[in-house]
Design a protein around this ligand. Structure first.
Ligand SMILES: [Zn+2]
Length: 396
């Protein structure tokens, strides 16, 4: 892969080789020296020459919808894409707030922004183990990998909590993934996956099949897919930065990719000016609990933004509000970012004359079970014509 040169730590610049890794071993996610995020680095001179031909005007003339995120091929690793049409999602103008734009990542093939990272990671895995016997199975902690594993004709082993949503169960079953149900939360699933991986490594000489671990959300391969969201945003805004981004907490790691895109585009001369302030919408409740990793928190702080804690009720009310008033079915995470917009506008931290982008990381229907519980809506055999009063997200 001539243009990719190495992996580099985003903190201390420590270098890790990007040579073809040994069979079924993925490069690490974090710096061995200080734990910083490892990022794929390119020969920027070659990239600049390659990308010059595709300066913004010419790139904008390309059919976006057909190429999806792969329209940025010049600034991506040279691989044969395993693609389901991810990327080039709509940037919608809010009907009610003139400065507010909604980047709806729910329009991705698997209904989530995760599709970008998965498509790139699996394409890179196929590149690196192309010469190997067979196609080693993939191991992951989210159902998002199932469709891409099927597209790449690989087996996927998913480690999922026993109380997974019916929507996730359907996806896993239909895409043919093997599901390992785990008692306990996501952390327990990770431990089970790691245990499984180490057993297989130990028994490798006895012919045990190795799996490829795609579970780390901030793996450098996934970050290369995530970053296309940054390229897309800037292109869709006429090669300029928005003033602020409203970021969903559950998707905080993809912020690392987006920030990398901004950095690359500045070097290439595709965009200039002040990068957006990033505000992360967080729900103060266990149900959607997640915490931004240190790399994304560093970005939020450096950007001049902050984490905005939201009451669960206020956040979930935004799912209903945006569905009814804008026609956009936000996920609970996207709704937390929408609720953050309201409080930031109220305090004057974002102004009406600013251009603000709300990133909705996945389609609301993917969290159908949680939303039904919050409503509370049950399958009654008849469709409710009005929502029950007193539920968490009845209209306020
Ligand atoms: Zn480091």
């Amino acid at each position: 892969m001539p243009v990719v040169t190495h992996l580099e730590c985003s903190r201390c610049r420590h270098r890790v080789s990007m040579e073809a890794p040994p069979a079924a071993v993925m490069p690490p996610s974090f710096c061995p020296v200080d734990g910083g995020a490892l990022l794929v680095r390119y020969d920027m001179e070659v990239l600049r020459m390659r990308a010059r031909r595709e300066q913004s005007a010419e790139l904008s003339a390309r059919p976006g919808a057909s190429a999806g995120m792969w329209r940025y091929a010049e600034v991506l690793p040279e691989v044969t894409p395993v693609s389901l049409g991810e990327g080039w999602t709509p940037l919608l103008q809010s009907w009610r707030h003139p400065g507010l734009l909604i980047k709806d990542e729910g329009a991705n093939p698997t209904g989530t922004a995760e599709a970008r990272g998965m498509a790139m990671a699996i394409s890179l895995v196929a590149y690196f183990d192309g010469g190997m016997q067979g196609r080693p199975p993939l191991a992951a902690l989210s159902v998002g990998v199932a469709a891409y594993a099927a597209a790449a004709q690989r087996k996927a082993h998913l480690f999922l909590p026993r109380d997974l949503s019916p929507e996730s169960e359907l996806e896993a079953v239909f895409y043919g993934a093997e599901v390992h149900l785990v008692d306990g939360p996501a952390e327990q699933c990770r431990r089970r996956l790691e245990h499984e991986m180490s057993l297989r490594r130990a028994a490798k000489d006895a012919g045990e099949e190795l799996w490829i671990d795609l579970s780390a959300p901030q793996h450098p391969f996934r970050v290369e897919g995530d970053k296309t969201l940054g390229y897309e945003l800037v292109e869709q805004m006429g090669w300029t930065y928005p003033d602020a981004l409203l970021w969903p907490l559950g998707d905080a790691t993809s912020l690392v990719g987006v920030w990398k895109a901004f950095e690359e585009m500045e070097v290439l001369g595709w965009v200039a000016g002040r990068r957006p302030r990033v505000y992360v919408g967080e729900i103060a409740a266990d149900r959607f609990a997640a915490s931004p990793d240190s790399s994304s928190l560093e970005i939020v702080t450096a950007s001049g933004g902050r984490v905005v804690r939201q009451d669960e009720r206020a956040a979930l009310a935004k799912v209903l509000d945006f569905a009814r008033q804008e026609g956009v079915f936000l996920s609970p995470q996207g709704a937390a970012a929408a609720a953050a917009f309201e409080s930031l506008a109220g305090s004057g931290e974002v102004r009406p004359d600013e251009r603000i982008v709300l990133v909705n990381p996945s389609a609301g229907w993917k969290d159908g079970d949680a939303l039904r519980a919050a409503m509370p809506l049950r399958r009654l055999g008849r469709f409710p014509t009005s929502l029950p009063v007193g539920g968490i997200i009845t209209p306020i």
